[in-house]
Design a binder for this molecule. Structure first.
Ligand code: AMP
Ligand code: ZN
Length: 468
C-alpha cells in the first residue's frame, strides 16, 4: 500500500509517515484547560485528533492516544505572568479548583462522546503527575539548564540552540516586539517557568513542595512529563491547535530534548488551524453560538457539527456562522436519511465492485487527512446509481469508521416521532422565528415545549418531536 503523508510542522513539509515501532503509533494531544466549558473551536482540535486516530486505526495501527487534562499552572498570559486560570475560576465561583476541574472535565468528556470521539487510551490530569513533573525539572536542573529568580525556576533557552526550530521563530524580532510579557529577572523574554514559587502572601488552592521550594509547575512541563510517562521519551505524533506551536510546544520540545537527550523528541508535529467566527465577537445576546450545547439549543445535533468539521481540511481556517452550520446540518440530515435506508439493505457486497471507491477514499485520507475529498467520495458512493445497495452500505459504514458520523446507528426519518396539531403548529412557528433570526421567540417556544416534556429532534425533513 502507498504511504500515508502528513504535513509536519517541524520540517514544514508533507512527509511519509513511518512509525517508530512497526504497526504501532503513539499520539499525544494537548487537552483542555478545565476552567470553563470548551467552545466549538476547542472541539475542532479534538475532532482533528480523533480523525487522525481513526484513520491510523483503519490502516491497522495499534494506536495509543494520550490526551492530558490541564488542571493547574496554565496562566492567563503566555509569559509566565498573571493568575492561574484554574485558581481564578475557583475564586470567582467560590469553589475549590478541584470542583471546577471535575465539572469541566466531565462536560469536556460529554462533548467528546456527543461528537463521537473515541476514548483516549490515557487521559491523565496534571495534578496527578506532580511528582513526574518535579522529576523532569530535577533532570533539567542537574543538566544546568535552569536558573533561579525571585518568582521561580526558569529554563534558559540560550542552552538550547534549536529552540527556534519547531515554529521557525525569529527571536530577535519577537523579543523586540515584546510579544511575551517580561517577568522581572528573566534573562531572555522567551525563557519559561519550570516551577513557580507560591507567593506567601497569597493563599493558593493548589501548591506542592519541591526541591526548589513550595509552589506549582509551569504549564508546559506537564505535557513533557505525561507524554513520556505514557508514550516513552521519544514518540510518533504530537497534535494541538496552531496557536500552541510558538510557545507551548516550542517549550515542550526544549525541556524534553534537554532532559531526555533525544532529537527529535517527537517525529511528527500536526497542528490544526483555527475555527474562526468571521471576526464576530461571540455572545449569547447576539444569538451567535459557541458551545456544543448552544448549538443543540439552536436545533443542531453535535454530529452535524462533526459533519461541518469534515467539510474543511484541518490545516485550513474554517469560518463558523449560522448559514454554514445550517448548510452542514442539511447535508448531515440527507446523509443520515440515506444511511438509514441503506442500513437495512439486503444482500452481500461485492468487494471487487467496491475496490476503486475504497482506494479513492484512502488516497484522500492518506494525503494529509483530506477530509473534504474523502467526503466527496462518500457522497459519490451514497448517491451512486451503479453500485448495489449492499455495496453502498458496506462502503458507507467502512468510510464512517474513519469519519465518525455514527452512520451505523442512523435512524430513518419518521421513526418514533409523534404528531399533534398544537405541538406541530408550535414547531412550525419556531421554525419561522429561526428563519427570521428571532431567536428570542424560538427559544421561548422550545422552553415551553421542553417544560411539557417534549423532545425536539432535527431530521432531514425538518424538526420532529417525541415525548422525552
Ligand atoms: P485550551 O483549552 O485553551 O488549552 O485549548 C484546547 C485546544 O483547543 C488547544 O489545542 C488549542 O490550540 C485549541 N483551540 C483553541 N481555540 C481554537 C479555535 N478557535 N479553533 C481551533 N482550535 C482551537
Ligand atoms: Zn501541551
Amino acid at each position: 500500500m502507498s504511504s500515508i503523508f502528513f504535513y509536519n510542522t517541524r520540517t514544514r513539509k508533507k512527509e511519509a509517515f513511518r512509525s517508530l515501532k512497526e504497526g504501532r503509533a503513539g499520539i499525544y494531544t494537548c487537552g483542555p484547560t478545565v476552567y470553563g466549558p470548551q467552545h466549538i473551536g476547542n472541539v475542532r482540535s479534538q475532532l482533528f485528533a480523533d480523525l487522525l486516530k481513526r484513520f491510523l486505526l483503519s490502516e491497522g495501527f495499534d494506536v495509543t492516544h494520550v490526551i492530558n487534562i490541564t488542571d493547574v499552572g496554565h496562566l492567563v498570559s503566555d509569559g509566565d505572568e498573571g493568575e492561574d486560570k484554574m485558581e481564578l475560576a475557583a475564586q470567582r465561583a467560590g469553589e475549590s479548583a478541584e470542583e471546577i476541574a471535575d465539572r469541566y472535565t466531565e462536560s469536556w468528556r460529554q462533548d467528546r462522546r456527543a461528537v463521537n470521539c473515541l476514548e483516549p487510551e490515557f487521559n491523565p490530569k496534571a495534578t496527578d503527575h506532580i511528582a513526574e513533573q518535579i522529576e523532569l525539572g530535577v533532570r533539567l536542573d542537574e543538566g544546568g539548564y535552569l536558573y533561579r529568580i525571585e518568582d521561580g525556576i526558569y529554563f534558559d533557552i540560550s542552552r538550547f540552540p534549536r529552540y527556534v526550530e519547531l515554529a521557525g521563530l525569529d527571536l530577535e524580532g519577537q523579543a523586540g516586539a515584546q510579544r511575551i510579557e517580561q517577568v522581572e529577572g528573566k534573562r531572555h523574554p522567551a525563557d519559561f517557568a519550570i516551577w513557580k514559587f507560591a507567593d506567601p502572601e497569597v493563599r493558593r488552592l493548589q501548591e506542592w513542595d519541591s526541591p526548589w521550594g513550595r509552589g506549582f509547575p509551569g504549564w508546559h512541563l506537564e505535557c513533557s512529563a505525561m507524554s513520556s510517562r505514557y508514550l516513552g521519551e521519544h514518540f510518533d505524533i504530537h497534535t494541538g491547535g496552531i496557536d500552541l506551536a510558538t510557545v507551548h510546544h516550542t517549550n515542550e520540545v526544549a525541556q524534553s530534548e534537554c532532559a531526555f537527550g533525544v532529537h527529535p523528541w517527537v517525529e511528527y508535529w500536526l497542528h490544526n488551524e483555527f475555527l474562526d467566527f468571521g471576526g464576530e465577537k461571540m455572545s449569547k445576546s447576539r444569538g451567535n453560538v459557541k458551545t456544543l450545547s448552544d448549538l443543540e439549543e439552536r436545533g443542531y445535533a453535535p454530529l452535524a457539527f462533526r459533519y461541518f468539521f469534515l467539510q474543511a481540511h484541518y490545516r485550513q481556517q474554517q469560518t463558523f456562522n449560522e448559514e454554514s452550520m445550517e448548510a452542514a446540518a442539511k447535508g448531515h440530515g440527507r446523509l443520515v436519511a440515506l444511511a438509514a435506508e441503506l442500513r437495512v439493505a439486503e444482500g452481500v457486497g461485492d468487494r471487487a465492485a467496491q475496490a476503486a471507491h475504497r482506494e479513492k477514499f484512502r488516497e484522500a485520507m492518506a494525503d494529509d487527512l483530506n477530509a473534504p475529498r474523502a467526503m466527496a467520495v462518500l457522497w459519490d458512493v451514497a448517491r451512486s446509481s451503479t453500485l448495489s445497495s449492499a455495496d453502498r452500505r458496506d462502503l458507507l459504514l467502512d468510510f464512517d469508521a474513519v469519519l465518525g458520523l455514527d452512520l451505523a446507528n442512523a435512524e430513518a426519518a419518521g421513526e418514533g416521532y409523534e404528531t399533534d396539531p398544537r405541538i406541530d403548529g408550535l414547531l412550525e412557528e419556531r421554525e419561522q422565528a429561526r428563519a427570521n433570526k428571532d431567536f428570542g421567540t424560538a427559544d421561548r417556544i422550545r422552553d415551553e415545549l421542553t417544560a411539557e416534556g417534549v423532545e425536539l429532534i432535527d431530521t432531514p425533513e425538518g424538526p420532529r418531536w417525541r415525548r422525552g
